[in-house]
Design a protein around this ligand. Sequence first.
Ligand SMILES: Nc1ncnc2c1ncn2[C@@H]1O[C@H](COP(=O)(O)OP(=O)(O)OP(=O)(O)O)[C@@H](O)[C@H]1O
Length: 757
Amino acid sequence: MNQAKSGNEIVHIHTVSAGELQTLFEKGKRDQLSCIVCQKPVKLFIGIHETPYFYHSDPSQAPCVMPYSEPMNQDKPLEYMEQNGFKIPKSRTITETKTITEPFLRSRQVTGNPQYSHKTASLAQLEEPYFQELSSCGVVLDAEQLKAVKTIEGPILVLSGAGSGKTRVLTVRTAYMLTVKKIDPRSIMLVTFTAKSAKEMQQRLLSYPNMTPSLVSQVVSGTFHSIFYKILIFHEPSKWQRDLLLKWEWEKEKILKQAGREMELDDKEFAYDQALQQIGLWKNSLAFPEDIQPDDEWEKSCLFLYKKYEEYKKQTGKYDFDDMLVGCYVFLKNHPDFLKKYQQRFQYFLVDEFQDINKVQYELIKLLSSESKNVCAVGDDDQSIYSFRGSDPKYILNFNHDFPRSQVVKLTENYRSSHQIVATANRLIKRNQNRMEKQMRAQHDSGNPPVLFYPYDEELEATMIVNDIQEKIAKGANPGDFAVLYRTHTMSRAIFERLAASNLPFVIEKDADSFYQRRVIRGMLAFMRLSLFPHDSKAAADVLSSLFLRQSILQELKAQTILQDCDYIDAFAYIKTGHAFQEKKLKTIPGQIRSLKIMSPLVALEIIEKDLGYQDYVKKRGNEANLEKGSDDIRDLKVAANRFPTVAAFLEHVDHMTAMVQEIKQLSKHFKDAIQLTTVHRSKGLEYKTVYVLAAVDGSIPHDFALESYRKGELAPLEEERRLLYVAATRAKTDLYLSILQTRRGRTAHPSRFLKL
Ligand SMILES: Nc1ncnc2c1ncn2[C@@H]1O[C@H](COP(=O)(O)OP(=O)(O)OP(=O)(O)O)[C@@H](O)[C@H]1O
C-alpha cells in the first residue's frame, strides 16, 4: 500500500522525502499510522530491495484496495469541515505537487562484472595414498594447494587470495610433514595470528588421517607472543614472571599519565590511548627511544612518554606484551649459543597471515630460520590491514629479497564467495598500485551481484538492514548467516540500537563500549542531565572541564548550593574564579543549562556546542589526532538525538542503551547462532553467508585520515583502506550489501571512491 493516514493527513509514500522516512517508520511502530480504507493500524516497511510501502500491522490481513487519489492542486482553495466545534481543513493527500528534494533512492546491483565462465580448479593428482585417504575424508586439494603442501624444503611464499583455503593448506601441509615425511614435530613451528586460530588448526589437524593428540601437541604452535614468551620464561624465569606483566591498557595509561604530568600534559585531554599505540608501533618496529627523531609536537610528547615508560619498567621489573617479542629478539641476539640451539631445533617454520607480520616478528623468523631456510609464509598482501600495529605488505613484497631462491605459489581459486562477489572484489583491489598481481577465480556462481543501497542517514541504514535480516530469517535464514561490518566501533551505534529493539540474537565484540560512554559524548550528555536533574552532583562534576573549570571547583559549587540554598545549576553563578570575563560568563550559564530540558535534543545539543562553548572545549582538547575526532562524535550524537522529541526521552534511551551493551555482552556468551556486529579488522579470516558493509562512503571507507594523507601525497594509507574494503567484501559467501549513505554525520556523503570500479 502506498498511502496511510498520519493524524489528519494522508501520506502518500512517493511524496515523503528520504529524510522523513525514519520518523514515519517510528510512527508506524507506535501505531500512529492507520489504513485510509479500513482505519486499522499500519506500519511502514523500509527494506533494501523494494521501495518503502505500508502494510497492515495484523499480518493476516490482506492489503486494502486504495482509492484513486487525485494529485493535489495547490491553487485549489482548501475545503473545511466542522469537528468538535472547530473548523479544520479536510484531510488531503499531502504534497502531491511537493518537490521532493531528497527522494528515496532504490538500491541497485553492481554491474559490469565479467560473465562467469565455469572452470573448476584443476584437481590435484592424487596418486599418493595419503592424499587419496585425505580426499576420502572430504579434504580435497587443488593443484596449487597441493604444490604448497608438498614444497617442504626451502623458502616458499604461498600467496593465498581471499577464500582460497590457506587454513586447509597450512593444516594439510603440517599433517603431511608429520605423517608422510616423518618430520620431528618438535622441529616445526606453526605461527598463527590469534590463539583461537591456533586452536582451530590443532582441531583440524586431529581430524586428518593418522594424526594423534600426542603428535599434534608436540608441534610448537601458537601466536608469536605465546611461542616467544615460552622461550623467554624458559631461560629467564624470574625476569618474566607472570605477575610482572602489564596486562591492561589502564595500567599502562596510568604510568604514562604519571610521566605526562611532568610535561604538564592534561590527564583527561591528552590522547594517552593513542600515545600507547604509538609507543607499541615503535617497539614492534624495533625503534628504541634513542633512535627516534620526532617529526612533530605529538611525536615529541610520545617519545618523552616512551622513555619514561621504559624507565618505569626497568625500575620495577615489569614488562608488557610487546616486550615479549622485543625481549626475545634481544635475548637471542645477545646469546649466540642459545640462538644456535634454536636454529638447530626449529627446522621448519609455517607462518600464517604473513601480511600482518611486523618488523620484530619478521626479524625473529629471519634469525631463527637463517640456517634451515625452511620458511613457509602464507598470506595475502591484499589483506594487509594492520599498519597501525606495524605490519606492512612490504614483508610479502620483498620476501624473495630476504629469502633468496624462494618459490612462490599463488592460490587464486576462491572457494568461499560467489562469482559476482569475487569479480567485484577483483575489480576493487586491482586499483592498488603496490600489490602482487593476482586475480581470484570463483568456484561457484550461486549468488547475486553485490547490492548498493542508499539510506538517507545512519538511522535509516540500520532500519533497512535489520528489516532485510528479518525478512531473510522469516524465509529460513539463520541469524549466524549475517554479519554487519564497519570501519570503526562508533559506527555500530544505530545498528546496535535497532537490533537491541528487535528480538534477533546478535553479538558484539567484548571490548566494544557503549557509544554514549565516549568521553566527548558523555561530556555533552552531562549538560542535558544537569538540566533535568539540577541536584545531580555527578553531572555537575562532569560539565566542569568543558566549562574550563578545575575539578576542585566542585567543592565550591557544593558549598554554594548550601550557602545560597540553590541547586547546582544556579550555583555556577556564584563561582569566583578570579577572572572577570569567566565569572561574567558563568552568570549566564544557569539560564542556558536550565533551558535545555524544554528544547528538542537537537536544539539542546546546538546550544551546548555553541553557546555553552563545548565546541571550543573539544577543539582545545587537541586530540583531533585521534582516529575518531571529537567533532565527529558531536555530529554522530546529533544524528542519534534527532529521533527523539524531548531531552528526557533521549536521556532515557541513552541510559537504556548503555545498559543494553553490557547485557548483550553477557548474553553473547550463550548465543550459538547470532548476527555478528564487528569491525572489518576483526572480521579477517571469517566468512558469512550475507554481509552488510556500513557507510561505504568517502570519510568512512576510505577513512578521513587516509584521505588527508593522500592530499599530502601519501598513497599507502589510502591503499590500506582499499584493502579493508576488499577484506570486508570477501567475507561474504553469497550476498554482499554496501550501504551508500546519502548523508553521514548530518552532511552530504559521497560514495566511496573505491566503488568506481
Ligand atoms: N580445495 C578445496 N575445495 C573445496 N573447498 C575448499 C578447498 N579449499 C578450501 N575450501 C573451502 O573454502 C573456504 C575458504 O577457505 P579458508 O577459510 O581456508 O580460506 P582463507 O584462504 O583462509 O580465506 P581468507 O584469507 O579470506 O580468510 C572454506 O570454507 C574451505 O573449507
